[in-house]
Design a protein around this ligand. Structure first.
Ligand code: BTN
Length: 224
């Protein structure tokens, strides 16, 4: 895999799109981002000390209806990577990785579909490693440094992550690493309605099935 290292960029997800015409896998890594992008149009704070990487990957035969596998495989790779550095993490549906009850990593994928298939995907990963967490988000976000009590070598994290991303992930690992499945959660619908439920299964299209049969597409969920 070609790897491009930058000191500073607006967003690695946007920068890596320059390479689409080459048709090859490429990873763009930045020490910090000035306009890190999160899901739902949110921004992603990207101060020095974190890992910010976007991987451009081309697919053949991946159905659009199964594009969630890009996120689920990435989340599994992140959990394995953090474990290698002493951080026990788990996957919070749909695109976060949590440790000690707080967010340690966010994943933003952008896919290009052609007909019913995914042509390519930009897989953006931001992991809090040695970066300080802003006081206003300290109650919801955490870094690996805070958890382990020591600075972690960023280059080693990156090398491990890129290695893990290239591996085929074993079926069943997503469910094993999930902190949602089988758990009581609070569901908050876009309308603002909220209620408690138990998460049962993440379907192959990425929707979350609750015990009782309801299936969630767009909702915020909170762990109890
Ligand atoms: C989220 O938590 O909402 C997703 C955050 C994704 C952040 C990563 S950092 C690397 C890549 N570049 C971006 O601009 N965003 C992703």
């Amino acid at each position: 895999m070609k790897i491009i290292l930058l000191d500073k960029v607006d967003s690695t997800n946007d920068y890596v799109k320059k390479f689409i015409k080459n048709g090859e896998t490429v990873a763009v890594v930045a020490k910090r981002q000035t306009k890190g992008k999160g899901t739902k149009g949110r921004s992603f704070v990207s101060d020095e000390g974190g890992v910010y990487v976007s991987v451009l990957k081309f697919y053949s035969g991946l159905k659009a209806s199964e594009a969630y596998s890009i996120i689920s495989d990435t989340a599994v790779a992140v959990v394995k990577t953090l474990a290698a550095f002493g951080v026990e993490a788990s996957i919070k549906w749909p695109n976060d990785v949590f440790a000690c009850g707080k967010k340690i990593c966010g994943i933003l994928t952008e896919t290009k579909l052609v007909g019913e298939y995914v042509e390519y995907g930009v897989i953006g990963i931001g992991i809090n490693i040695n970066n300080d967490i802003a006081p206003e988000i300290e109650n919801v976000a955490v870094s690996a440094k805070t958890i382990t009590g020591r600075e972690i070598n960023i280059d080693s994290v990156l090398a491990t992550l890129l290695f893990n991303i290239e591996q085929k992930q074993e079926a069943g690992l997503y469910a094993r690493y999930s902190c949602v499945l089988g758990k009581k959660i609070r569901v908050v619908k876009p309308s603002g309605d909220s209620y408690f439920a138990v998460a049962e299964e993440v379907l192959s299209d990425g929707r979350l099935k609750l015990v009782g049969g309801e299936v969630l597409t767009a909702a915020e969920i909170f762990l109890e």
